[in-house]
Design a protein around this ligand. Structure first.
Ligand SMILES: Nc1ncnc2c1ncn2[C@@H]1O[C@H](COP(=O)(O)OP(=O)(O)OP(=O)(O)O)[C@@H](O)[C@H]1O
Length: 257
């Protein structure tokens, strides 16, 4: 790991009208590291991911990728920065009208202007990496199960061999066995690419499996960060309640107020 974090988030604030969602988020992700952000529904995980990707502009604070402030980039510099990213969206978010291989190769064909024949070859190879056979390439997403769609989404995320991959709730909607298969694939893909990854989830089994470090977001701030193993015994009552899925604890008591 170099001294400069791959992703550096400092003092990020974001409100929507009177509602403060992020209230000074600080987080570093080192090169080649996998950080997973956990937190309850509506705690701002997606908003933080969008701010990091530059899809939302923070009201205050900074997000730096390789030391470069993302909000100030425009034109070619912004394209270059976006080129470092791959993303697996919640629900896979495939284009219904395109075949599987066209989905996987979308950025290669439309962004990198790779000839279709070459892009198809890359797509088939990426599909193989996520355990899908070449005959899947010409199907459309509607013909696939949810688990297969997630695999296709993962193949698309790694197709352009990005330096950074964002995973948005990668196991949501999958049965526990398929979720575990996807977690294993995420670990494999990350190791093969040497990519830096930032993920959000409320699935603790997934977090334990794919994270080097885990960060918990609560009330718009990161309230705890530590090694993945340390999450079991964090000494933080909020983390403890979340990790062990307990109804009783400080999080529920606040809801009752
Ligand atoms: N564009 C927007 N306009 C207004 N409010 C928004 C917008 N995007 C998010 N919010 C609000 O910000 C809060 C945090 O939302 P966010 O989607 O980040 O939660 P989350 O932690 O990802 O939740 P979940 O785990 O349920 O997906 C929510 O209360 C949501 O209503």
């Amino acid at each position: 790991m170099t001294d400069q974090p791959k992703i550096q988030i400092r003092g990020v604030c974001k409100s929507f009208g009177p509602k403060t969602v992020l209230d000074g988020v600080d987080l570093d992700v080192g090169t080649g590291e996998s950080v997973v952000i956990i937190g309850g529904s509506g705690t701002g995980k997606s908003v933080l991911l969008k701010c990091t990707l530059g899809l939302l502009h923070p009201d205050a604070g900074s997000v730096r990728i390789d030391g470069q402030e993302t909000a100030r980039l425009s034109g070619k510099d912004r394209d270059r920065m976006l080129h470092k990213f791959g993303m697996l969206f919640q629900g896979a978010a495939l284009f219904d009208s395109l075949t599987v291989w066209e989905n996987v190769a979308f950025r290669l064909v439309h962004g990198d202007k790779m000839p279709r024949r070459d892009a198809r070859e890359v797509a088939v190879e990426k599909l193989r990496q996520v355990g899908l056979s070449p005959d899947v390439a010409d199907l459309v997403p509607a013909e696939l199960s949810g688990g297969m769609q997630k695999r296709v989404g993962l193949a698309r995320a790694i197709a352009a061999e990005p330096e950074i991959i964002f995973f948005d709730e990668p196991t949501t909607g999958l049965d526990p066995i398929m979720a575990d298969v996807i977690n294993d694939l995420i670990v494999d893909c990350r190791e093969q690419l040497g990519a830096t990854t930032l993920s959000i989830t409320h699935d603790m089994a997934s977090a334990r499996k794919i994270a080097d470090r885990i960060a918990m977001i609560y009330h718009g701030r990161i309230i705890w960060v530590g090694d993945a193993q340390a999450v079991e015994d964090s000494g933080n009552p909020y983390v403890d309640q979340f990790v062990h899925g307990r109804a009783e604890g400080p999080i529920k008591m606040e809801l009752r107020r």
